[in-house]
Design a protein around this ligand. Structure first.
Ligand code: FAD
Length: 496
C-alpha cells in the first residue's frame, strides 16, 4: 500500500491541508480533532477584501505597511488575492458569517486595516471556521490519529557525505509518533508540518502553553532552515486579571468598535496603529509604573457583539459595559518559523510547512490583524496541491531543484542529546526577561547563556534559544523586534 501523506496538527492549516490532499492522508493530532489549536481561539475573524469600498490591492498594501515593509510582495499578493475565494470556500463548508440587517457581510475594522474587512462569527470566529472544516474532514477519507503526537522526523540521508556543513540533505521518509502505548515509526509519502506557533514560550502569552514550537524544534534539529524567529507579535490588549494558563484576549475589534486605551485614566496612543506600535506604547506605560486599561464602555451593544470577551471578563468579575479592563501585552503570534518557498516547501525534500509554524514572508516584521486564518487556509490548500504534483513527478522526488529555500545555518543545528529537561516555567521566564516587547544585547545574551545547557535535551529551550540567537543577530529594530540599544529606535521613539 502507498504510504500516506502525514499532516501534523489539526488547527485550520492542518485541517485544510488534510482535506485537500488527494490520495491516502493521515492526520496526527495530540488531543481530539482541533483540541489545543490556536485556530479555535481566534476572536476577531478573517481578513478578506470583500467590502464594496475595498480591493485586494488595498489589502495587500495594508499588509505590507503593517509588516514594516519587510514582507514578500509576491506572497502578500497571493494570500490577499485568495481572500474573496476563501470566503466562498468557507461558506461552502457551512461557515455562517455575521451579516447586517440588510443581508451584507458585517465587516469589522481592526488596527492597520484601511477598510472594514474582517469577516466574523460574533467573536468566536476561529471556532466557527475551524469546526466547520473539521466536520468536513471527519466526513471524508482522511484517517485521523487522535491523542498522538509527532516527536521527530525520519530523514533518509542522501547517501553521500555532503552534510559536513550541517546542511540538510536526503529527504523525509516518515515521522516518529508517540501515544499512550509508546513510540513507533510511520512511513510517509510526504510530511506537512502544521503545528502552529510558539507564543507559549513566553510567560505572558495568549497562546496555549502547548504552543512551544514542536514543529520548529524537530525541523531545526534535522537541519531545516528557519528564519525570523525573533519576530514575535505581542498583542497589546491581553486581559491582565491574574489566573494561570493562556491570557484571555480582548480582541482588537473592540478598539475598531471604539474602545480606548487609558494609562492612569488618560489616552496615550492611537489605538488603531499597527499592533507592534500599540504593544510598545502599552509596555512603556507599564514600565513607567502606570496602570493600563481598555475602556470598552462606549462600545455599542458590547455584550451582544462580543459574547466571548464578555464571558472571559465575567469569569474574573468584570463587566466590559461597566468596568475598565486591566490590560498588558502578551506573546501572541509568531511571524518567524520554518522557512518555506512559494509552494510551502521547506529546505528538506519531502517536508512542507503551513500556517503559523511556517515563515512564509506574508507578515514581514509584524502581522496585520486577522491575516493568519487566511494564511493558514491558503497555505494548507496550496501545499496539498503541490504535494500531488510532487508525488506524481518522480524526477522532482529525486530532490533536484527541490526548493528555493537556502540551507540552514549550521550554527543553529543542535542534534537531540540524551535526557529530557522540561522546565517550561524556567524557559518562559528566561525568554520573557531577555526577549520581551523591548530588548537589548545584554538581556538577549543572558537569555542565550541561561538556555544553552538545556538545548540538547529540551525542545522548548532549543526553540527559545533559537529565538534569542535570531534576536541577537538582528541589531536593527524592525516591526515587532524592538532593540532599545539600536540608536534608530531612539530616533523613532520606541513606540513610533
Ligand atoms: C487568542 C488568539 C486569538 C487569535 N485571533 C485571531 C483572529 O481573530 N484572526 C486571525 O487571523 N488569527 C488569529 N489568531 C492567530 C491564529 O489563530 C493562528 O495563527 C492560526 O490559527 C494558526 O493556525 P495553525 O493551524 O497554523 O495552528 P494551530 O491552530 O495552533 O494548530 C496547531 C495544531 O498542531 C498541533 N500540534 C502541535 N504540536 C504537535 C505535535 N508535536 N504533534 C502533533 N500535533 C501537534 C496542535 O495540537 C494543533 O492541533 C489568534 C490567536 C490566538 C492565540
Amino acid at each position: 500500500m502507498n504510504a500516506p501523506v502525514v499532516v501534523v496538527g489539526s488547527g485550520l492549516a492542518g485541517l485544510v491541508a488534510a482535506r485537500s490532499i488527494t490520495g491516502p492522508c493521515l492526520l496526527v493530532t495530540p488531543g481530539r480533532l482541533t483540541q489545543g489549536a490556536a485556530s479555535m481561539l481566534a476572536q476577531g475573524g478573517i481578513a478578506a477584501a470583500v467590502g464594496p469600498d475595498d480591493s485586494v490591492e488595498l489589502h495587500a498594501h495594508d499588509t505590507w505597511i503593517a509588516g514594516d515593509r519587510a514582507g514578500d510582495p509576491e506572497m502578500i499578493a497571493r494570500v490577499t488575492g485568495a481572500g474573496p475565494g476563501t470566503m466562498e470556500e468557507l461558506r461552502s463548508v457551512g461557515v455562517a458569517f455575521d451579516t447586517t440587517p440588510t443581508g451584507e457581510l458585517d465587516l469589522h475594522l481592526e488596527a492597520g486595516h484601511s477598510r472594514r474587512r474582517i469577516a466574523h462569527v460574533r467573536d468566536t470566529s476561529g471556532a466557527a471556521i475551524t469546526s466547520a472544516v473539521a466536520r468536513a474532514v471527519a466526513k471524508g477519507p482522511v484517517e485521523v490519529l487522535e491523542h498522538t503526537q509527532v516527536v521527530d522526523l525520519l530523514v533518509e540521508s542522501a547517501g553521500h557525505d555532503d552534510t559536513a556543513d550541517g546542511n540538510t540533505t536526503g529527504r523525509v521518509t516518515g515521522v516518529l509518533i508517540e501515544d499512550a502505548s509508546g513510540r513507533r515509526a510511520i512511513d510517509a509519502a510526504a510530511v506537512v508540518l502544521a503545528t502552529g506557533g510558539h507564543g507559549g514560550l513566553w510567560h505572558h502569552a495568549t497562546s496555549s502553553p502547548h504552543a512551544v514550537g514542536a514543529g520548529v524544534a524537530m525541523a531545526a534539529r534535522a537541519g531545516v532552515r528557519t528564519d525570523d524567529l525573533h519576530l514575535m507579535q505581542f498583542h497589546p490588549t491581553a486581559l491582565d486579571a491574574g489566573g494561570t494558563g493562556p491570557m484571555p484576549l480582548l480582541t482588537e475589534a473592540l478598539r475598531g468598535a471604539g474602545a480606548v486605551l487609558l494609562a492612569d485614566g488618560r489616552r496615550f496612543v492611537d489605538e488603531l496603529r499597527p499592533r507592534d506600535q500599540v504593544a510598545a506604547a502599552v509596555w512603556e506605560q507599564l514600565q513607567a509604573g502606570r496602570r493600563v486599561h481598555l475602556d470598552a464602555r462606549g462600545v455599542e451593544r458590547v455584550v451582544e457583539h462580543f459574547p466571548q470577551v464578555n464571558d472571559l471578563c465575567r469569569q474574573v468579575g468584570l463587566e466590559p459595559s461597566r468596568d475598565l479592563l486591566p490590560t498588558r501585552p502578551a506573546a501572541h503570534y509568531a511571524m518567524g518559523g520554518i522557512t518555506v518557498d512559494r509552494r510551502e516547501r521547506t529546505s528538506l525534500p519531502g517536508l512542507w510547512a503551513v500556517g503559523e509554524v511556517a515563515r512564509t514572508g506574508l507578515h514581514g516584521a509584524n502581522r496585520l490583524a486577522s491575516n493568519s486564518l487566511l494564511e493558514a487556509f491558503v497555505t494548507g490548500r496550496d501545499a496539498a496541491s503541490d504535494i500531488a504534483c510532487w508525488i506524481r513527478d518522480e524526477r522532482a522526488r529525486s530532490g533536484q531543484g527541490w526548493s528555493e529555500v537556502p540551507s540552514a545555518d549550521p550554527a543553529t543545528v543542535v542534534a537531540r542529546g540524551p535526557g529530557s529537561i522540561m522546565d517550561l516555567t524556567e524557559v518562559q521566564e528566561t525568554l520573557e526577561a531577555g526577549c520581551g516587547v523591548l530588548r537589548d544585547a545584554s538581556g538577549i545574551r543572558a537569555t542565550i547563556e541561561r538556555l544553552a545547557p538545556m538545548v540538547a535535551s529540551d525542545d522548548a529551550a532549543y526553540v527559545a534559544w533559537l529565538v534569542a540567537h535570531a534576536a541577537l543577530d538582528h541589531r536593527n529594530s524592525r516591526g515587532a523586534h524592538r532593540r532599545v540599544d539600536d540608536p534608530s529606535l531612539a530616533t523613532k521613539g520606541a513606540t513610533a
